[in-house]
Design a protein around this ligand. Structure first.
Ligand code: EPZ
Length: 419
């Protein structure tokens, strides 16, 4: 397996271009199943999860092409099966997002139950209960969801948890259902709004996205469209932490500061100086005077769980004690033990991590366990004394486009080596 080797101690300076959002492009790719016309998607990040999703769609019979501007065209008019196999779904849980569109457009689907992952059991009961309430017949046999629906019917769905992909799956299913669907306690993440914007361009009748109650009036069919994906707010946040922790001065381009208000506020509490325009963020800091910050993860617009690991690394080398509470997933502290091996002073009890800032971290061989944990270990390597080797970096390739190129461009000493 490939590794990343990082020599710490460099301040990051310069400009970096943010890529399209992983958690936007995945549901938007799945939405191509709702139409018999082609959809053209721009600002697509070059990520393993994107490749996996396109492979899944082409396995079903869709045609895809990528042009020189990295715009992806998907034509699912010749879909010949409605099957998402375990071999694919186990590598990317977001494959569950084909379930709603397949049921809505073709009336059937056989999708592997996504297993759990390093950060939690990740059930999909809310997706299935919501579809059942729309009239779908759903059985689970030998690890597969077998779903059938002559015609989904609009209804009111009250989500017990504001699940992001749950909201997205049900919103896509409702676009072609008969009548009105209201999704209450819906997720408000910007990626949900991005998907709704794309669906509206396809002819869907959706309102309320971005609030906790989304109304969808079903239509008879959806056309194709051409849509550019939202900038990735978590990639943005990760580079903001990289600049802050190394005491650098970095400008991020092609991003969307308004989707990072909570993260930017927290970084200012840490002591970073931040200036924003509509699509850029400039950040600088004095790494000798960073202040630890307490935080608790919550659904948007509060502090995102996908930035928790990165902030634990930041707190590890900031002054004072801090407490980080992970309230979204049940096991999202896998990065802590690896950081402790680098000299961090972190104690975990249940869903709370108490961090005591230390003067320095020391490079070590560490192992990535999940996407954002990988990012937190790379951030630690950027500031640690000496060499850090991050193993199992296939995790990082799922969600960060060309991470070593982008960091090298900012002055980091980082390279990818084969096993
Ligand atoms: C999405 O996952 C993101 N993935 C995750 O990003 C992100 O961490 C998460 O939302 C929370 O913001 C994509 O968008 C592809 P949830 P999702 O359903 O939709 C429980 C990353 O690093 N739940 O909002 O799977 C669940 O166990 C990834 O980019 C149920 O109990 O998350 C969790 O505790 C990681 N039943 C909570 O809800 C369900 O049917 C929130 O999960 C669904 C969810």
């Amino acid at each position: 397996m490939e590794k990343l080797i990082i020599h710490g101690g460099k301040c990051l300076n310069g400009t970096v271009k943010i890529s399209g959002a992983k958690n936007s492009v995945l549901p938007i790719l799945a939405s191509s199943l709702l139409s018999s016309d082609q959809i053209i998607i721009g600002n697509v990040p070059h990520l393993q999860d994107v490749t996996t999703t396109i492979s899944l769609l082409t396995e079903m019979g869709a045609h895809s092409s990528i042009d020189e501007k990295m715009r992806v065209t998907i034509d699912s008019s010749s879909i010949r099966n409605f099957f998402a196999p375990y071999e694919m779904v186990k590598t990317m849980r977001a494959s569950i997002l084909v379930l709603g569109p397949l049921l809505a457009h073709y009336g059937e689907a056989k999708v592997s139950l996504p297993g759990g992952c390093a950060i939690g059991s990740r059930p999909v009961n809310l997706h299935l209960e919501g579809l059942k309430s729309m009239g779908a017949k759903i059985n689970v046999e030998e690890g597969y969801i077998i779903a059938k629906a002559k015609k989904l019917k609009g209804t009111t769905i009250n989500l017990s948890i504001s699940s992001v992909t749950g909201t997205e799956n049900l919103m896509m299913a409702a676009t072609l259902a008969e009548g009105k669907t209201i999704i209450n306690n819906a997720a408000k993440e910007p990626e949900v709004v991005d998907l709704a914007n794309c669906l509206r361009l396809m002819g869907a009748d959706i309102s309320g996205d971005g609030t906790s109650s989304i109304t969808i009036n079903g239509v008879s069919n959806l056309s194709g469209c051409s849509y550019n994906v939202l900038p990735d707010r978590i990639e943005t946040g990760t580079y903001l932490v990289a600049a802050t922790i190394t005491g650098g001065n970095v400008t991020l381009k092609n991003t969307k500061p308004e989707t990072l208000k909570t993260i930017i506020r927290k970084l200012e509490d840490v002591g970073a100086e931040v200036e924003t325009t509509e699509d850029t963020i400039k950040i600088s800091s004095d790494k000798e005077n960073l202040r630890s910050v307490d935080l608790e993860t919550s659904p948007y617009p509060k502090f995102p769980t996908d930035m928790q690991a990165q902030f634990i690394t930041l707190n590890s080398v900031s002054k004072g004690r801090s407490r980080v509470t992970e309230s979204v997933f049940e096991n999202r502290f896998m990065h802590v033990q690896e950081l402790v091996r680098m000299g961090a002073d972190i104690d975990v009890k249940g869903n709370k991590a108490t961090i005591k800032g230390v003067k320095k971290l020391v490079g070590a061989n560490v192992m990535a366990t999940d996407l954002r944990a990988s990012a937190s270990l790379i951030l630690a390597g950027l500031v640690a004394d000496g060499k850090t080797i991050v193993d199992r970096i296939y995790h990082i390739d799922r969600g960060y486009e060309c991470i070593e190129e982008k960091l090298t461009q900012l002055g980091a000493v980082i390279k990818r080596v084969p096993q």
